[in-house]
Design a protein around this ligand. Structure first.
Ligand code: ASP
Length: 434
């Protein structure tokens, strides 16, 4: 979320208590699911059929807030890029963000294609509810369909890409109106901004309520999947985690290092100087929360405030390289686990949706997991039945994945500010080398 619109924070100890509860639920649900036989009966009902609705309820609650949250987050996110700052430095940063985001999505998809997490888990017969669009549209059609003919119709139908496109137009239009010299336009635009800011706060309040139910939901989803798939589920989760972290490491060691070398700077110095921000991001799981530390690191690197003061807050809002790697890896994991084949145009849609979803991902813990729902729906994978179970597995380990996501998101913002400062000849080399 933008630096101007910070979400109300849940107290830290409340967050960590919830995290502990979710992890306990994950372990208990998995262990019980594995220990108890599949046909364990209570009266004339199987235990699995009693527990399943509790997991479904959790997924329904998350889906309930998905569209409103995208709308608010995207409008607030895209309107945070104020036009008067969008000069040379701003344009360069945005272009850099777009290119690294594209690379990170491709990397996530490549890693998931090589290691095929979820393959062999076979959740496909867990339910008949897997729906997949039968006739995949061509790439040209996908691009054309991004523009809605009636945005309200798209919202009602939950058509994700057109909703995103409309919100981006709306947000950028809002940013221009807020910067208007005409007092009337400026005031009414600020009122609209406050409205969406308030809506966004309300949505995140609801997310926090839903998360209070998360331990029960995660327990139920884990129980169902481990009762059905046992050890295969465990190795799949391990595979998806390893694949994901591998993607992150390649991004840092290859892509970010290459950026540093291209502009004549040592990647090792960068990694050394950005370490405090990386560590803070890893433990807080919030790009927004880490922002003051990231700024301190930038200062330490010799980047002027005029550069990092714009590049870092915007990056914390729209640049989410870790989240996009996660979206690619986890979408393929779920498709593999549920036996859903993906076509070339599905991959293309995943790239486009992930790119846009990154802009709508708030820099707060767990935000990326909601965006995964959005990417799944955009390729016609309905989140119910076996897909909901596979999604629940990912949610069960979300805290671990989120640590990696945030770590990478923040590092991506820092490397962008180094790039902009150096190429604009504004980097204080003495400070960088100190
Ligand atoms: N927690 C991440 C961040 O703050 C966002 C996400 O959940 O992907 O950057």
């Amino acid at each position: 979320m933008s630096s101007t619109a910070k979400h109300q924070k849940a107290p830290n100890n409340a967050n960590s208590k919830l995290l502990v509860r979710i992890i306990i639920a994950l372990v208990l649900g998995s262990a019980l699911g594995m220990i108890l036989p599949q046909n364990f009966m209570i009266g004339d009902m199987s235990l699995v059929s009693i527990i399943t609705p509790f997991g479904d309820l959790f997924v329904r609650l998350l889906k309930m807030i998905m569209v409103p949250i995208i709308i608010c987050s995207l409008i607030i996110g895209s309107s945070s890029i104020s036009p008067d700052k969008l000069g040379r430095v701003g344009g360069k940063a945005i272009l850099f963000y777009a290119i690294t985001t594209l690379i990170s999505i491709a990397l996530g998809l490549a890693c998931a294609s090589i290691f095929s997490p979820g393959l062999g888990l076979d959740l496909s017969d867990a339910s008949k509810a897997v729906e997949k669009a039968a006739n995949a549209p061509s790439m040209g059609q996908i691009l054309l369909n991004i523009i809605p003919t009636n945005p309200f119709d798209s919202i009602a139908k939950g058509d994700i890409l057109p909703i995103i496109a409309f919100c981006l137009f709306f947000g950028i239009g809002l940013a221009y109106c807020r910067a208007s010299e005409d007092e009337r336009i400026k005031n009414s635009a600020n009122t609209v901004y406050s409205f969406f800011d308030g809506m966004s706060e309300i949505m995140f309040k609801i997310v926090r309520w839903v998360m209070l139910y998360a331990p029960i939901g995660v327990f139920a989803l884990m129980f169902v999947v481990f009762n059905k798939s046992g050890a295969a589920a465990f190795s799949s989760l391990l595979n998806v985690t390893v694949t994901y972290f591998l993607g992150l490491i390649v991004m840092i060691l290859v892509v970010y290092s290459a950026v540093c070398m291209l502009i004549g700077l040592s990647p090792l110095t960068f990694l050394k100087k950005v370490r405090p921000a990386m560590l803070t991001a890893f433990v807080t799981r919030s790009s927004n929360g880490t922002l003051p530390i990231t700024m301190q690191c930038a200062e330490n690197m010799g980047i002027p405030k005029s550069v990092y003061g714009f590049v870092l807050p915007v990056g914390a809002t729209v640049n989410m390289n870790g989240t996009t790697i996660y979206l690619g890896v986890c979408t393929l994991f779920i498709a593999n686990a549920c036996g859903i084949p993906l076509t070339g145009s599905d991959y293309f849609t995943i790239v486009i949706t992930s790119m846009l979803a990154a802009i709508g991902t708030a820099g707060v813990p767990g935000a990326g997991a909601l965006m995964l729902l959005l990417v799944l729906e955009s390729v016609g994978i309905k989140v119910s039945g076996s897909v909901a179970i596979a999604y629940g597995m990912i949610l069960g380990i979300d805290s671990i994945l989120d640590m990696g996501r945030t770590w990478m998101n923040v590092t991506g913002d820092a490397v962008a500010s180094v790039y902009v400062a150096k190429t604009e000849k504004e980097l204080d080399i003495e400070q960088w080398n100190s």
